[in-house]
Design a protein around this ligand. Sequence first.
Ligand code: G6P
Length: 464
Amino acid sequence: MARLVVVSNRVSAPKSGTRAGGLEVAVMASLKHNPGIWFGWSGRVSVKTLETRTIESDRISFVLTDLPKEAYEEYYYGFANRVLWPILHYRLDLAEFSRQDLSGYTKVNEHFAEELHKILRPDDVVWVHDYHFLLLAKALRERGHQNRIGFFLHTPFPPVEIIAGLPHHERIISALCHYDLVGFQTEIDAANFARYVESECQYPGNRKDGYNTGERVVQIGDFPVGIETESFAKMARRAIKSSFVSGVLASLSGRAMIIGVDRLDYSKGIEHRIAAFERFLEHHPDWRNNVTYLQISPKSRSAIPEYMDMERNVSTIVGRLNGTYGEASWTPVRYVNKAHTRTALAGLYRGSRAALVTPLRDGMNLVAKEYIAAQDPEDPGVLILSRFAGAAMECKPALLVNPYDSEAVAAAIHRALSMPFEERRARYEALYKIIAANDIQDWPGRFLKALTGSPTLAASITKP
Ligand code: G6P
C-alpha cells in the first residue's frame, strides 16, 4: 500500500523535544487516515556525525534527522526566518539577505533530500510543509524521484511585486514548480503564486488547469486549514472548570477579560494592538478598572535581531501603559511569555469577553477559529479579527478591523464589550457554522484528492 510521507522542519514526535505548532494538528489529521512517515528535524545540531533515527508511535514512523550546526543556523535563523518569513509576510523592509544563508538553506534542503532518498518507495506520496523546503522537490527530482509530491504553504504568499524583491527568486520560487501540487491557505495567496508563475516563469497554462513546465503540470490550489471544531468546543467546556482557569477568572475580581494569544512575532501586530487598547482606555474612562487584557506570547526565534527588538519594544509599551493607567489594585495588561497548553487556552478563550486577533499579516491564524469554537452559546464572546489574517476570508461575521488603524481597533474593542446579547449570539452562530463546515478532519482529504486523485491513500492512486 502507498505510504504518506509528510515532511516539515519541526516534528511533534514523542520525546523529541520539538513541537510543530500550528502545523501539528494539520499533519496529525493527515496521518490519522493514511499510514505513513513524518520526516523532519530531530531538534539536534551537530558538528560531527549526523544521525537519522526512527521512532515508531501510534502507527506513525517519526524519522528525525540531525542537522550540521553551521548550515542549520544559516538555514533556520538566516534564510528561512530572516529572509523568507518577512518577505512572505509582505515585509521586504525587514529581509536581511546573505548568500551564505542561502547556501546553508540549500545544503539543508539537499540533506533532507538525501535522507529521504534512502527511504522513499516509488509509490509513496510526499507532502512537504512550509517555507523551509522550497527547494526540496527539485532536489528529489534530481535524485530520480517521480513520486507525487505536494507542497503546502502555511504562511501568506505575497504579490509578485513583493516576492520579486527576494534575491534569486527566479531560482528559489520557481523551484516550487517541481512539485505536482502547490497549496495555499487562501485564494488570494494561490492567485498571487499563479500570477508569479505566469509572469516570471512564463509557463503556459492557467490557474484552473495548472501550468505546464515541460516536465509536469503543476497544479495550484487553496486549502484553508481548519480546526477540530467539535472536540475543541468540548475541551473548552471542560477546561473552564479547571482549577487553573477558575483561578485566572477569580483573579479578575469580576472584570471583563480580553484575550490575545500569539507567538512573539512582528507579523502578529502585538505593538499595534497594545496601542489600540491604550486608545480605548483613553477614550473610555468608564472602562478603566473594569477590563483586563491578557496577552499570552511565548518567545520565538529570539536569537534573531528583529525579534529581540520587538521583544524589547513590547515590554516597554506594556510597562508604559500599565504605568499610565494601572492602579495598585488593577493591572490593565497582563503580559505573559509562558506557553500554555491547548486545554488551558481553550478554557481562557471561553472565559474572555473578546479576543484580539489582529496580525498585520497571517497565513490563516487558528487562534481566531479556536476562540469561536470555545465560546459558550449562552454567553458568547466577540472575535475582533484583522482583515489581513487568512481566517478573515472565511470569518466574515467577526468584527473585521484594519490592524494598522489603532482608532478603529479601539472602537471595535468598545463595540465588542458593549455588544447586546442578540448580536453576539447571531455572530457566534454564523461563525460556528462556518468553522464547523471546514473541519480539519476533511482537510487532508481535499489536498490528497487534488494531489493524487483520491482523498485517501488506501484507495488506488491515479496518476493524472
Ligand atoms: C509558523 C510556521 C511554522 C513554524 C511555526 C513556529 O506557524 O508556519 O512552520 O513551525 O510558525 O515557528 P518555529 O520557527 O518556532 O518553528
